[in-house]
Design a binder for this molecule. Structure first.
Ligand code: TYD
Length: 231
């Protein structure tokens, strides 16, 4: 099972992916938690290039190919092997980020991006993509605060420096993607506290992992809500 977490800056993907990993592990699943850019060794070098403020002159085409290179390596070196071992793979950002940021954000042709990504991932798309949906102004403020706190404003600030209109296009892009493929791309309301967001995610995921729950209980003995509240 391959699940991607997506959303604008500061939407809380990393936190949500981490908590989901812990939860699934507590249900007895083998979980691999990874991220893009930077999920492989080569990818870490690409991440540094992609996010550093000193590379603000990078062309959109160069940016696209670096993300695709990161993804191609990540799929072959990390994601596919983990799936082949039967692990659940949770990925903080994947190809949807490319459609949202390079497509809706930078205005690149979406069909071209879909084809390039399909080639880069060798046809391996997530079973489910969760988009944490949040007002861009709120997310951006959170992301900037986090970067200031961690001293990452220069090294990881290239996208946070884009204007609000850019992040609004990215958010609308994600919403459009979820309207196009509601079976594969699900919006999660990312407003409110971390705990509220995590509960919403568990409610969505529970049917996919429910065989890990209370195997002795007769069917229908507990509602999804009760199970979510308990775990
Ligand atoms: P990251 O630190 O992972 O995101 P966040 O700050 O939200 O935790 O930064 C990755 C940045 O790269 C993010 O701004 C989105 C951008 N990105 C793309 O533009 N295209 C892509 O294909 C991917 C994977 C990321």
């Amino acid at each position: 099972m391959f699940i991607a977490f997506e959303g604008i800056e500061g939407a809380g993907k990393g936190t949500a992916a981490g908590r989901t990993a812990g939860w699934l592990a507590s249900l007895g699943r083998e979980v691999s938690l990874t991220r893009e850019p930077g999920g492989s060794e080569l990818g870490l070098a690409l991440r540094a290039l992609l996010l550093d403020m000193k590379n603000s002159g990078i062309s959109p085409e160069t940016e696209l190919f670096l993300y695709l290179a990161d993804r191609a390596q990540h799929v072959r070196q990390v994601i596919r092997p983990a799936l082949e071992q039967g692990r659940v793979v949770l990925c903080d950002r994947f190809a949807c980020s490319n459609l949202a940021y390079q497509g809706y954000g930078r205005g690149m042709d979406l069909d071209m991006l879909r084809r390039l990504n399909d080639w880069a991932v060798g046809g391996l798309w997530p079973d489910l993509t969760l988009v944490l949906d949040l007002e861009p102004a709120v997310g951006l403020e959170r992301a900037k605060r986090r970067n200031r706190f961690l001293g990452l404003e220069q090294k990881e600030g290239r996208f946070e420096a884009e204007d609000l209109a850019f992040h609004t296009r990215v958010r609308e892009g994600y919403r459009e993607l979820s309207r196009e493929r509601p079976d594969r791309v699900r919006l999660v309301d990312a407003s409110g506290g971390e705990e509220d967001v995590f509960k919403r995610i568990k409610t969505l995921l529970l049917p996919m992992f429910s065989q890990g729950f209370t195997p002795c209980a007769p069917p229908g003995s507990q509602t999804t809500k009760e199970l979510v509240d308990e775990t």
